[in-house]
Write a protein that binds this ligand. Structure first.
Ligand code: ZN
Length: 264
């Protein structure tokens, strides 16, 4: 059994625990001299803490159906299964009108999109060291501005249902500096069909973040950023209705709600 007390209070813990599709489950692993290894299915899970108390920080896919899930922890002593319950969350529907070319793709655009999706898949599989420390999971908002609460919206483009909205949109004028919310390494810079000008940052341990619709980029693959370093600028490239930053946060290959990593 882990300790019944915690050095972190219920407040001041990032990411917040929110066991819904697109949320995060924080699972206590108790004390051990070595960091336990945790798998969700075949995917490694971020484990933070120290020998007094380790915590698995598990991203929950937006496509997860409500019910019981589990992860497997190995380390000192016998392997353990930790279960958690994902509650239902009703995300609202958003109807958007965009250029028909970006909904009914031409064969050329569709082939481009498929190539880009395969490329992005390889980025999403990254699980690198060093792992973030517990205090490193409190993110800074990457641009000032009004945060929409559009994470998880079920989107209907020109009457056709598409993937849910898997990030946070922050309203800001074209040219506004975007800063790193945490220390990280640039692992992809590209110009993509839907996402437009895009940068991915790797924060270690399967925690990645993405920045889309950029007007320009001031970084390249391999650059190492500190919190607050400016590395790209807000724009309106890709499939958008106006300038804003689309900010995505990924944990164990699941896009989760960036708001869980921010102060309210
Ligand atoms: Zn967006």
């Amino acid at each position: 059994m882990g300790p019944s007390w915690s050095r972190e209070g219920a407040e001041g813990v990032w990411p917040q625990d929110s066991r819904v599709p697109g949320g995060v489950a924080r699972l206590s692993l108790g004390p051990s001299a070595q960091r336990p290894q945790v798998l969700a299915g075949d995917f490694p899970v971020l484990v933070v803490g120290d020998m007094i108390e380790w915590t698995a920080v598990v991203g929950i896919a937006l496509s997860a159906t409500p019910g019981e899930y589990s992860v497997r922890a190995t380390g000192e002593g016998p392997a353990r299964t930790l279960s958690y319950l994902v509650r239902d969350k009703k995300y609202t529907e958003q109807r958007l009108k965009v250029s028909p070319k970006t909904v009914d793709l031409s064969p050329e655009d569709n082939a481009r999109y498929e190539r880009e999706r395969a490329h992005q898949q390889r980025i999403m599989e990254l699980f690198t060291e060093p792992l973030p420390r517990p205090g490193d999971l409190h993110m800074r908002q990457p641009v000032p501005g009004r945060r929409s609460s559009s994470f998880g919206l079920r989107r209907v483009f020109n009457g056709q249902a598409r993937n849910p909205h898997s990030g946070m949109d922050i309203a800001a004028p074209t040219g506004t500096d975007v800063v790193a919310p945490l220390p990280g390494r640039v692992v992809d810079v590209g110009d993509y069909f839907f996402n437009g000008g895009t940068v991915w940052l790797d924060h270690g341990g399967g925690l990645l973040s993405m920045y889309c619709h950029l007007s320009s980029v001031q970084c390249k693959n391999g650059d190492v950023l500190r919190t607050g370093d400016a590395f790209c600028k807000v724009g309106a490239t890709g499939r958008v209705t106006g300038p804003h930053l689309h900010w995505g946060v990924m944990l164990n290959r699941s896009m989760v709600d960036p708001a869980l990593f921010l102060s309210t």
